[in-house]
Design a protein around this ligand. Structure first.
Ligand SMILES: CSCCC(=O)C(=O)COP(=O)(O)O
Ligand code: ZN
Length: 216
């Protein structure tokens, strides 16, 4: 009997990218998505591709030993591949890593000067694995650098000494990156963090702040 054909994991990324593109979180070529395979290699979006119309040929496979498999010589892996690699190394349970750019992520990254962003104590943080009542939760913020390996080095250094509360990080004036145990969960994480950012921006605009959300 033939074993059932496994669904290509790139399809989940293509659908997620289209959805994020429609939300305005992956405009043009912004953002990158990856999914890790059982052999610890991962598929990642090729650099500079429109995220609204990805095809199977718009992915590069990165093997655990660093070997890069490209669909054709002109295709380059995402410029942020080193960040995905850093997160997969730091968090062995992570099977997928998504990075998107939204207006709100950039606005909230400027709400504080330090390297953590306090989040409102929302029930929906449960969707990101935070189960305490009235949680005191903050997201890590990293400075942006045009040399992406510098961002990856800072992530490795900080998260090795101080494990993050959430499977998410903000790159100031750039966007958010999350890691998750599956590609489907990664999509939920992006939607949840983007909702929280939207709320925080709206709350500032209306002058409404909960206790603990006072401006710096
Ligand atoms: C036009 S977005 C600038 C680069 C970036 O931040 C990004 O997320 C996309 O880079 P990639 O190399 O993955 O296309
Ligand atoms: Zn980016």
């Amino acid at each position: 009997m033939n074993s059932p054909k496994l669904i290509d994991p790139r399809l989940e990324l293509i659908l997620a990218a289209r959805h994020f593109y429609q939300q305005g979180w992956m405009v043009g070529t912004a953002g990158n998505l990856s999914v890790r395979l059982p052999d610890d290699s991962f598929w990642i979006t090729a650099s500079g591709r429109s995220k609204g119309e990805l095809e199977l040929g718009d992915f590069v496979r990165i093997y655990a030993d660093g070997t890069v498999e490209k669909p054709s010589p002109d295709v380059k892996p995402s410029a942020q591949t080193v960040i995905h690699q850093a997160l997969y190394t730091l968090f062995p349970e992570a099977r997928s890593c998504y990075h998107v750019h939204s207006v709100e992520a950039n606005l909230v990254s400027r709400f504080v000067q330090g390297d953590t962003l306090p989040l409102p104590p929302f029930e929906m943080l449960k969707g990101l694995g935070i189960w305490q009542e009235n949680p005191d939760c903050a997201m890590s913020i990293f400075a942006n650098h045009s040399q992406v390996s510098c961002i990856a080095d800072e992530i490795k250094e900080r998260f090795t000494t101080i494990p993050p509360q959430l499977s998410a990080l903000l790159n100031r004036d750039h966007g958010v990156t999350i890691w998750a145990p599956s590609a489907k969960t990664a999509r939920n994480y992006i939607e949840l963090v983007e909702y929280i950012f939207r709320y925080m921006v709206a709350a500032r605009g209306t002058g409404f702040c909960r206790a603990g959300e006072e401006r710096e």
